[in-house]
Design a protein around this ligand. Structure first.
Ligand code: NAP
Length: 308
């Protein structure tokens, strides 16, 4: 691998965890280099209004919060590259990282590459993605003005996105595989009170059908086994996320749920490699907890670098 540049610390991933780590590392004079990855500001950027990040009593758009975090990290000397991490080599020191725009070595890494949308894995899902199937309400919601659409999932994201979609769509029917929501009480109450939002309980989408675009969902009642063809103008899928660990495969220990295994210092099974945010958090997965993990990872990386 042709080496372009050496850094003390690289931060892989530009969500709340990564930019908070960068802020702390920059203030420790480590001149961190942060690689944003594909989705600038991570999953938070796709939330129209974050109401539970402290300090914003009226809520804040995810993309606005991301921009503020970036500005704050840059102010203290963080360098930001808008690029994808293509490979990481952790079995040699310094560690190696290759990006589309060049190759780097680093004495320490903070991995904060987040997680990507989980897919249903049913026939038609891939074929109609972008043609009636979407994984991002804030990205695609405006295309569904006055349409009758569906949402798959029953967690906070599915309900928050349904509420957001109710600004555009004529109706949103939430298809959930159980008869109770996983979403928190405040969101559940808002959804139940929203006249545009309806529910299909105990139901699972088995197939997505159409011609040029999605037109119908084949939905199974999981209790009776009955199958129903449901006409739709579009379906949003919000059934959780899978940690983005593919470039790390076989190089550090993962937990059973696929997140990077870390100790209480945010250190992975490879000394000098730290992780923060949803890639390392199978439990809390909040913007504020990701930011906190980023701060902790940067403090630990600073202590580690001082020992070299
Ligand atoms: P989540 O909490 O893991 O919920 C995923 C939902 O999708 C569950 O209802 C689950 O059903 C369903 N599901 C999973 N696999 C499925 C499949 N193959 N087919 C059909 N349904 C499936 O994920 P999330 O909603 O993305 O939330 C992730 C984290 O972010 C959570 O910790 C959440 O609290 C947090 N979050 C918080 C807020 C907020 O506080 N405002 C907003 C968004 C997200 P079951 O219920 O049957 O398991």
């Amino acid at each position: 691998m042709e080496i372009a540049e050496h850094r003390q610390l690289m931060i892989l991933g530009g969500g709340p965890a990564g930019f908070t780590a960068a802020l702390y590392a920059a203030r420790a004079n480590l001149n961190p280099l942060l690689v944003t990855g594909m989705t600038l500001y991570g999953q938070a950027s796709q939330t129209s209004c974050i109401e539970n990040y402290p300090g914003f009593p009226e809520g804040v758009a995810g993309s606005d919060l991301g921009q503020l975090l970036e500005d704050q990290a840059r102010r203290f000397g963080t360098e930001v590259i808008y690029d994808l991490v293509q490979c990481v080599q952790l079995d040699e020191r310094p560690f190696k990282v290759c990006l589309g725009s060049g190759n780097y070595t680093a004495d320490s890494l903070i991995i904060s590459m987040g997680a990507g949308a989980r897919k249903l894995g049913v026939p038609g899902e891939r074929e109609f993605t972008g043609r009636g199937v979407s994984f991002c309400a804030t990205c695609d919601g405006a295309f569904y003005k006055d349409k009758d659409i569906h949402m798959v999932g029953g967690g906070d994201s599915a309900i928050e996105e349904s509420l957001y979609l109710s600004r555009f769509a004529r109706s949103i029917t939430v298809i959930h595989r159980r008869d109770t929501l996983r979403a928190g009480a405040i969101l559940e109450k808002r959804a139940m009170e929203n006249p545009k939002i309806h529910f299909m309980w105990d139901s699972a989408v088995k197939e997505m059908l159409g011609d040029d675009r999605l037109t119908e969902l084949l939905v199974e009642n999981v209790k009776t086994g009955d199958l129903l063809r449901v006409p739709t103008d579009g379906v949003f899928i919000s059934i959780g996320h899978i940690p983005n660990t593919s470039v790390l495969e076989g190089q550090l220990k993962l937990t059973e749920s696929g997140t990077i295994e870390i100790d209480r210092h945010m250190e992975s099974s490879v000394k000098g490699v730290f992780a923060a945010g949803e890639i390392a958090d199978p439990i809390y997965r909040q913007v504020v907890t990701s930011a906190g993990m980023g701060a902790a990872a940067a403090i630990s990386a600073t202590n580690y670098l001082a020992t070299l």
